[in-house]
Design a protein around this ligand. Structure first.
Ligand code: F6P
Length: 325
């Protein structure tokens, strides 16, 4: 089937580089002779008929901007068959014959269900700071968030060192420890408490047993948010109770990690993936996420990309342990 008109939307948590992806998809589609319609507010806007015709200059001057010019939302209605029916009718009415969805695990899960239900062509782009989608080495936004974390931890280190304190720094990532682990390596932190390891081990107990502060007056520990690790606040409380002599502080980095101008890596990744989404449609690919593996663009079926635990980089975890002696 020849695709004549595509719709493009961003969904779920915003991620730096989403605008670069919107730009690339739009320009590559127009270059291929397709018409493009921007859909505002993710699946919400699809249900509420929020379509905007896009021309090449609709995406001018956005490659450097964080956030998403299309806005984004987490849409409960799209999780229901009734909501998806309204969305499908809107696409038919607008003569849109394929969708490009930029988002994370939840958004691509929605895309997968919709694509199956209506036999409708969708290409996904992995847009999330969490780097938790399988089948791609990197997601759009991860590199920028990692750099934001590194810069924040560098600053916290000044206080940790001056006051000889122990800091627990909480970062995002849901159930995935990539941001904490690589953030810790990049900033020279002592440890990363991450879901993949916390599931099996009491990491804090091990750190204490190993005397992680014996040879150091200050320490930085990065912690992935959420129930599996317990979060930075709870871990700090435990240490304070057991070791009242430690001067413990907590910093929760929060949404600062989602903002800002994308790094060169994220802009390039988003541009490559955006152009690849149009190649995929022209190659008659359907219901795949664009991924990158060993610097090569790959097509990953939705069923392999979402709701899976991305293999945990054991080697990086070992490296962190060796380097923090
Ligand atoms: O998926 C991206 C992410 O930033 C997660 O790391 C975090 O748990 C979540 O979104 C926060 O979502 P919200 O902005 O809706 O609070």
């Amino acid at each position: 089937m020849t695709v004549k008109c595509i719709g493009i939307l961003t969904s779920g948590g915003d991620a730096p580089g989403m605008n670069a992806a919107i730009r690339a998809v739009t320009r590559a589609a127009i270059y291929s002779g397709m018409e493009v319609k921007g859909i505002m507010r993710g699946y919400k806007g699809l249900i509420a008929d929020e379509f905007i015709p896009f021309k090449t200059n609709s995406v001018s001057n956005i490659i450097q901007q964080g956030g998403t010019i299309l806005k984004t939302a987490r849409c409960q209605e799209f999780m229901t068959p009734e909501g998806r029916k309204i969305a499908y009718d809107a696409l038919v009415r607008e003569n849109i014959d394929a969708l490009v969805v930029i988002g994370g695990d939840g958004s691509l899960t929605g895309a997968r269900i919709f694509a199956q239900e209506y036999n409708y062509p969708i290409i996904g782009l992995p847009g999330t700071i969490d780097n938790d989608l399988q089948g791609t080495d990197f997601t759009i936004g991860y590199d920028t968030a990692l750099n934001t974390i590194m810069q924040a931890v560098d600053k916290i280190r000044d206080t940790a060192s001056s006051h000889e304190r122990l800091f627990f720094i909480e970062v995002m990532g849901r159930e995935c420890g990539f941001l904490a682990l690589n953030g810790a390596i990049a900033s020279g932190a002592e440890a990363a408490i991450i879901p993949e390891v916390s599931k099996k081990d009491d990491q804090l107990a091990k750190l204490i047993d190993n005397g992680f502060r014996k040879s150091k007056n200050s320490s930085l520990v990065l912690v992935t948010e959420g129930d599996i690790t317990g979060g930075a606040m709870k871990l700090a409380e435990r240490v304070k109770n057991e070791y009242p002599q430690y001067d413990v502080r907590v910093t929760i980095l929060g949404h600062v990690q989602r903002g800002g101008s994308p790094t060169a890596n994220d802009r390039i990744l988003a541009s490559r993936m955006g152009a690849a989404a149009i190649d995929a449609l022209n190659d008659d690919q359907r219901n795949v996420m664009i991924g990158i593996q060993n610097d090569k663009i790959v097509y990953v079926p939705f069923s392999k990309a979402v709701k899976k635990n991305k293999p945990f980089p054991e080697d990086l975890y070992n490296t962190l342990q060796i380097l923090s002696i």
